[in-house]
Ligand binder design. Sequence first.
Ligand code: ACM
Ligand code: ZN
Length: 546
Amino acid sequence: MAFLCLAWFGVKAQQPTASYDIIPQPQQVQLKGGSAFELNATTVIAYPDGNDLMRRNAEFLRDYIQKHIGLKLGLTTNPPRMNCINLSLDPRMKTGEEGYTLVVDDRGVALMAAAENGIFYGIQTLRKSLPIAQQAQTVNLPAVQITDAPRFGYRGIHLDVARHFFDVDVVKQTIDMLALHNQNTFHWHLTDDQGWRVEIKRYPELTRFGSIRQRTVIGHNTPIYDNTPVGGFYTQEQMREVVEYAKERYITVIPEIDMPGHMLAVLACFPELGCTGGPYHVAEEWGIADDILCAGKEETFTFVENVLSELIEIFPSTYIHIGGDEAPRVRWQACEKCQARIRQLGLTKDDEHSAEDKLQTYFMARVEKFLNAKGRQIIGWEEIMEGDLSPTATVMSWRGAAAGIKAAKMGNDVIMSPASHAYLDYYQSENVSREPQAIGGFLPVEKVYSFDPMDQLNADQQKHIIGVQANLWTEYIPYQEQLQYMYMPRVAAISEVQWCQPANRSYDKFLKKLPKLVDLYQQLHWKYARHVLPADYVHQGSSQMQ
Ligand code: ACM
Ligand code: ZN
């Protein structure tokens, strides 16, 4: 009874009030002390006439507000003087393409940016500031001036859909998650030994056979299998739909076709593209396969170019990721055609690299040249540095930060996604018996948060760190709930590494802000891990994966 009374007084005494303690932390938040703005059902959202992107932004804001607090606001292109959330562009603003200012006073909210994407991040800030999950007639927005812009232009999240397939709806929800955390790049790992997930019209075998593995090993390559076929792929139309969905949210989709390794699904369809001729089958176990594409055969390059030609018609991204990781050299060492190619190119081993390492350099460089001629740039995993690194390739550092540091010192662009701090397939707790099975490792939220991508680099070299990315490999992740549980809240931690200047980051403050963001996850029915939430954090229906 006492509790009920308190709750009743609480509601009477205090209207729901916004808080600007959000994730990622904006660069500057100056509370003004003047009267708050009272958002209510008659507030309107204004956007500039004739700008479709701004109209879409206004619709996003309207839909978020309706979802989060239950008020459906009207849209207008004619901003009234009072009671308005006014979205406007000013190309002279100095906050960069993704920055914005958000000013709240008793008349309303003025959200300004130099470009439409800046407005989108201002909208994310506004929605995260709302008192989530309270159905309200009015919400107070304290007077404030927020000035914000990201630290990195590339803020990526990766998803492996080869080991386990996730349908378009799951991919869209993942993109919604990126938008909420101000991330702007979705790295879609589309193919691997265990399944090919992309419709290529010229090679229907790839999806007819290459997308299906007959069974999957149980656990960490035990002798036991589940005897259940796993399949799934995206049609070109579906991938276009995802690209469009992401684009509306200012997210670029970068597709990855991993080569010359991680290609068993292709070899199962086209054994002639391997060094031994097979037979091969779509992998049923996890790990690194010795069988890779033969670099000695011209047919291999014809195949790769045909696949990429269709891929770039679907994905307009400047970057195409061509993998390059974990390609063992044993087949190339024993293959007459690969060895003939090595001789023909005059590749020789040196102190650091074998002739076969240099054959991989040749492979990647040839594919890069093909893509460059089509106006695209390549990203490769750090193994593309084993040999001679192309000066125009962007390196994704994953086995640690060392390769990224080395590449930045060589003047190459780098995306930092070291396993030590950014591999979200690692366990979140050392008490693994209470966790869903994972690949191994231990990556708690605090460690993700502590990542310093500029470590050991001088100012010139730092310019080559174009961004930071967290990766999610799905060998042990068959379900969407588990996918979300592995992402959240670690994507929130990486979002502050990606967005905030170092001086503006505080793990203690992050922890204090997290429950409010988790309220929002909860409202959206997204699963999350609770390890770093306060012990007394409860939200109706909140759940921990077991
Ligand atoms: C990787 O984790 N093999 C890039
Ligand atoms: Zn070969």
